[in-house]
Design a protein around this ligand. Structure first.
Ligand code: ARG
Length: 451
């Protein structure tokens, strides 16, 4: 028959391995069976293939599925191999399965079918990660910790406020994955090679059978488009980038001894017996690099491809499925590390005021008592070099007052009471005062946690 003629002409020769995607196509084996079934059902419903033949093909597909991807006959790709396996069982009538379609619309449909699952798995992992962040935040609404900018002590905050900053990021990352899902979730099937088909196919029906939310209408667009892969890869890379920041912080916090990872999320050294290393978080940080690479390589592969189908496209999707799995795993592991880590409240409290991190609060207090903020800033800035980490509040307040006398020619305590100045020098009071919307004050965070 026709297939035999085609295979005699194009054996692949020495380039056969290079041409073949059969091994990588294991990722779309299940998808291809689903696509084949939907297509055959539609062909029968439309009277394009008779019911008896359709039934035989469907039965053969069940056998092919039971035998598994590893049992497929040789072929250039999974689509060809499954078709061969069906023909081997049904005879030449099995070749009617490929009526009114091409591998181009077939593979595009398989990719979208498989990627939907990967994206949903990633979204599910983000839900668990957000739960872990919120749960731990809930336990630590009052746990004061140093907040940093430029990795320098900046202002005290709380562990809850810190963790919720990542919860917000992961929530947006999940939205991006869901947006990507919505555009992935359209069926290209029925586009054939790119130019449609004279057969009376029902594209909406195959879309429905495969659970897609409609079709990609233009048949050339449907067969050629892979922008959804770039979008998915970018959304995954953005999530991985968010997690890499969280991982980096926790690596630094464990170096400082204020966070201790659970043993299950740490690793040891084969030579240094005392070591407890944050390897899971380092791998999480590493996944972000791979995910960014994947987004970049996907766009690079697509850039400048002419319409319609080009074989370059065969190299576009398998690595996106793989990075989706890696990012999902990193999300789950990072969430587990957060959920089980111990925050050393005493150590955090001891470092929360380091580096005169309450200075902004003092300037705010002066500005709230009539000084222009810039003047208040100048006074506190000129006191800063003299303020030591082990100064008690009274000593630090006296040093600020000295600076005020130099700048204003009068004592600070003409404007505010000593008590008030000493109070804002306390890291916990400093945090509690910052109760603007979304701020770290425990009362504000408590509201946000119940909202
Ligand atoms: N394995 C191919 C791919 O993934 C299927 C499409 C082959 N189409 C073709 N015109 N050679 O892209």
């Amino acid at each position: 028959g026709d297939t035999a003629v085609r295979r005699d002409r194009f054996t692949g020769g020495p380039a056969r391995e290079f041409l073949s995607s059969l091994a990588a196509d294991a990722a779309i084996f299940e998808a291809d069976l689903a696509v084949d079934r939907a297509h055959v059902v539609m062909l029968a419903e439309q009277g394009i293939v008779d019911d008896g033949v359709a039934g035989e093909i469907l039965a053969a597909l069940d056998e092919v599925e039971a035998a598994g991807h590893g049992a497929l006959p040789d072929g250039e790709d999974v689509h060809e191999a499954i078709e061969t396996a069906v023909i081997d069982r049904v005879g030449p009538d099995g070749g009617r399965m490929h009526t009114a379609r091409s591998r181009n619309d077939e593979v595009a449909t398989c990719i979208r079918y498989r990627l939907r699952e990967d994206l949903l798995d990633a979204v599910e992992a983000t839900v668990a990660a957000r739960e872990a962040l919120v749960d731990v935040a809930d336990e630590h609404a009052e746990t004061v910790m140093p907040g940093y900018t430029h990795l320098q002590p900046a202002q005290p905050t709380t562990v809850a406020h810190y963790l919720l900053s990542y919860e917000g990021g992961v929530a947006r990352d999940a939205e991006r994955l869901i947006d990507a899902y919505d555009r992935v979730n359209r069926s290209p099937l029925g586009a054939a090679a790119f130019a449609g088909t004279p057969f009376d196919v029902d594209r909406d029906r195959t879309a429905e059978l495969l659970g897609f939310d409609g079709t990609v209408r233009n048949s050339m667009d449907a067969a050629s488009a892979r922008d959804f892969l770039a979008e998915a890869a970018t959304a995954l890379a953005t999530l991985a980038t968010t997690l890499s920041g969280l991982a980096e912080d926790l690596i630094l916090f464990s170096k400082d001894g204020v966070v201790e990872l659970a043993d299950a999320y740490a690793s040891t050294s084969s030579i240094m017996p005392q070591k407890k290393n944050p390897d899971t978080l380092e791998l999480t940080r590493g996944v972000a690099g791979d995910a960014i690479g994947e987004a970049t390589s996907t766009l690079s592969l697509l850039k400048g491809l002419p319409r319609a189908y080009n074989r370059d496209l065969q190299r576009a999707h398998a690595s996106v499925f793989e990075i989706a799995g890696d990012v999902r795993e990193a999300t789950t592991v990072a969430a587990g590390a957060v959920a089980t880590a111990e925050w050393d409240e005493a150590a955090l409290a001891a470092t929360a005021g380091e580096g005169f991190s309450t200075a902004t609060g003092v300037a705010d207090l002066l500005a709230a008592n009539g000084l222009p903020f810039r003047t208040a800033h100048e006074i506190v800035a000129s006191a800063a070099p003299a303020v030591d980490d082990d100064d008690d509040p009274a000593t630090a307040a006296a040093k600020v007052d000295e600076a005020a006398r130099a700048v204003l020619g009068e004592s600070l305590f003409e404007r505010v009471s000593r008590d008030e100045v000493e109070r804002v020098l306390d890291p916990a009071a400093s945090v509690a005062s910052r109760d603007s919307a979304g701020g770290p004050a425990p009362a504000t965070v408590a509201e946000d946690l119940t909202a």
